[in-house]
Design a protein around this ligand. Structure first.
Ligand code: 4NP
Length: 164
């Protein structure tokens, strides 16, 4: 029995690879790498094949997470047969995913921070991880902080739900 989680943003070079790398790290540390499958993708394909944005890489590395090995890809319809959780970083990503979702999809499709049950007090409160791409260091710091809280909450939720 395994559980699979796909993190989705727009370009798959900033937010979702950060979530992918952080969550994978936490899964590994919990000894659950065989039971929880992790991946990420973008609703847009402009950066397919690219490594994470340098700013995302350095923000993650500063916190002890190496995400340099990850490579961007676009969301495909098969993701709805492969993944139990498909988690969007913002409402635009979620709207796009809802247009792709087959009616037969039985998994959880929602906003990452919402599904994770993360406490996002102090942010806009709408449970989005805002796009840092056109921002500066502050936006990347804000994104990784939200993602780290979300990853912890999501892992706790999945462990409880699947008794892992
Ligand atoms: P991400 O950030 O969705 O967090 O990967 C972006 C990356 C690239 C672009 C926009 C957002 N772009 O417009 O190329």
């Amino acid at each position: 029995m395994s559980v699979s989680v796909l993190f989705v943003c727009l370009g798959n070079i900033c937010r979702s690879p950060t979530a992918h790398g952080l969550f994978q790290h936490k899964v590994n540390q919990s000894g659950l790498a065989d039971q929880i499958i992790v991946d990420s993708a973008g609703t847009g394909g402009w950066h397919s094949g690219a490594a994470p944005d340098e700013r995302a890489q350095s923000t993650a590395l500063d916190r002890g997470y190496d995400i340099s090995h990850l490579s961007a890809r676009k969301v495909v319809r098969d993701d709805f047969t492969e993944f139990d959780y498909i988690l969007a970083m913002d409402n635009d990503n979620l709207s796009h995913l809802l247009t792709l979702k087959p009616v037969s999809y039985k998994g959880v499709l929602g906003l990452f921070l919402d599904v994770a049950g993360a406490d996002v007090a102090g942010t806009t409160g709408n449970k989005e991880v805002p796009d840092p791409y056109y921002g500066g260091q502050a936006q990347f710091q804000m994104a990784i902080k939200l993602i780290e809280d979300g990853a912890d909450s999501l892992l706790a939720r999945i462990r409880q739900e699947y008794e892992l």
